[in-house]
Ligand binder design. Structure first.
Ligand code: ATP
Ligand code: MG
Length: 353
C-alpha cells in the first residue's frame, strides 16, 4: 500500500460529507500551508467508508483541484471503517526485508478476513525490551476492494495515488507533526467526522490503540431532522448555530446533549479498553478534532466521562498559512475538519526527513 514514506503529495481526505484537499510545503523550519479547501459531497456518496457514488466523488475531487488551482498530481488518500484493521503484533525479530517476504503467513491469524482479500502493510517498531528475540510490528490491513475503489476515483479525477493511508493514523500524524508532545505524554486523538469517530491513542510516535466507531456528526443532524421535523439543511444550520432555533431551542439543546452523550460513551469505552490493556500507560489528554468536534456539549461531556482534560485540536495552529493562496475564512470555519487532510499532506515532509 505504500503507507509509510513517499515523495511530495497532496493530502486528499475523501470524507462522507466532503472532500478536503491540502497542500503543505516545507519552507525552512516552518511548514507552509499553500492550499486548502472543503468541497461538499452529495448525501450517501460514501456510506460506511465505502464509495457508493463513484461519479459524485470524482466530481468532488475535480472541483477541489479546479477551485484550489492544484496542478500537482501525486496524492495521499485514506480509508476508514470496518474493512480496515490496525494492530500492534509481536513477531520473531527479523529484518524488514525478510518480513516483506513472509508477512502474509506471519499475520494471517490476526486478520479477520480471508488473507487473499486484503492488502497488508507494516512498520517495524522495534525489539521488545524484555525479549529481544521478538519485535513489535504495526500491522495495517485493508480489503483490496476498498483500496481499489479509492484508487479508481483518484485516477478518474486525473490524479496519481501515491499513498493509501488510514484516517485514524493520518489524524494522529497531523497531531504529532503540528503539536509535538514529550515521550511522557499519551495523547488520545478523537477525530469526529460526519459518519465515523476515528480514535488513535499514541505514545512516542507509535499508535498503541486505534478504533473507528461508526458514529459521528451526522447523528445530531438526523436526530434534529426527525425530532424537529426539519430538512437536512435546516438541521445542519441549527446544529452549527448558523440559524436561531427560536422556540425549538430547548428541544435542540436536549438533542445535542443526548447525542454528545452517545458519542462520549463510545470514546470512553475505547479509553477503558485501552486502560485495561495498558495499565502502565495512562492517557494524559484527549484531543478532540474533526468537523463534529465543535458539536455543543461534546467536549464537556467527554471530559466528564473520561476524567482527563479535553482540548480542541486545530491542525492549522502548527502551520504557517499562506494568506495569498489560502482563504482565512475557510481556515477558521474548517480548522478541525482539516485534520485528516493535513496528516496526509504531511506524509511527504516526513519521508524527506
Ligand atoms: N460548527 C460545527 N458544529 C457542529 N458540527 C459541525 C460544525 N461544523 C461542521 N460540523 C459537522 O462535522 C461533520 C463533518 O466533519 P468532517 O468533515 O470531519 O467529516 P467527514 O470527513 O466528511 O466524514 P467521515 O470522515 O466521518 O466520513 C458534519 O456532520 C458537520 O455537520
Ligand atoms: Mg473524515
Amino acid at each position: 500500500m505504500g503507507l509509510f514514506g513517499s515523495k511530495e503529495v497532496i493530502g486528499l481526505d475523501i470524507g462522507s460529507s466532503s472532500v478536503k484537499m491540502a497542500h503543505i510545503r516545507a519552507a525552512g523550519a516552518e511548514n507552509r500551508l499553500r492550499k486548502f479547501g472543503v468541497f461538499p459531497l452529495p448525501t450517501d456518496s460514501i456510506v460506511d467508508g465505502a464509495i457508493m457514488d463513484h461519479a459524485s466523488v470524482v466530481d468532488g475531487i475535480k472541483a477541489a483541484m479546479r477551485e484550489l488551482k492544484v496542478h500537482e498530481k501525486d496524492v495521499a488518500v485514506s480509508l476508514s471503517g470496518h474493512s480496515v484493521i490496525i494492530k500492534k503484533v509481536q513477531l520473531a525479530t527479523t529484518t524488514a526485508e525478510e518480513l516483506e517476504e513472509s508477512i502474509q503467513w506471519e499475520v494471517e491469524q490476526y486478520i479477520p478476513f480471508d488473507i487473499k482479500d486484503v492488502k497488508i502493510d507494516f512498520q517495524v517498531i522495534g525489539p521488545l525490551k524484555d525479549d529481544p528475540s521478538k519485535m513489535d510490528v504495526l500491522l495495517v490491513a485493508a480489503k483490496t476492494d476498498l483500496i481499489n475503489d479509492y484508487i479508481s476515483v483518484v485516477k478518474d479525477a486525473g490524479l496519481v495515488p501515491r499513498v493509501v493511508d488510514i484516517d485514524s493514523l493520518a489524524a494522529g500524524n497531523a497531531f504529532e507533526l503540528t503539536n509535538p508532545v514529550s515521550d511522557e505524554q499519551v495523547p488520545m486523538v478523537v477525530n469526529v467526522g460526519a459518519s465515523f469517530m476515528n480514535i488513535n491513542i499514541l505514545h512516542a510516535g507509535v499508535p498503541l490503540f486505534t478504533r473507528d466507531v461508526p458514529m459521528g456528526g451526522g447523528m445530531y443532524t438526523s436526530e434534529i431532522q426527525k425530532q424537529l421535523a426539519v430538512s437536512y439543511e435546516t438541521a445542519e444550520e441549527y446544529k452549527t448555530g448558523r440559524k436561531d432555533p427560536g422556540e425549538r431551542g430547548t428541544k435542540l439543546t436536549e438533542i445535542m446533549k443526548v447525542v454528545s452523550n452517545l458519542l462520549a460513551t463510545e470514546a470512553q469505552r475505547s479509553y477503558n479498553f485501552f486502560s485495561a490493556t495498558y495499565p502502565d500507560r495512562l492517557v494524559t489528554k484527549v484531543y478532540l478534532t474533526g468537523g463534529a468536534a465543535k458539536s455543543s456539549f461534546l467536549k464537556e461531556i467527554l471530559a466528564e466521562k473520561i476524567g482527563v482534560g479535553v482540548e480542541i485540536f486545530d491542525p492549522f495552529q502548527g502551520l504557517t498559512v499562506d494568506e495569498k493562496t489560502v482563504d482565512p475564512a475557510v481556515v477558521s470555519q474548517f480548522n478541525t475538519s482539516a485534520t485528516v487532510s493535513i496528516g496526509l499532506a504531511l506524509r511527504n515532509l516526513e519521508a524527506r526527513g
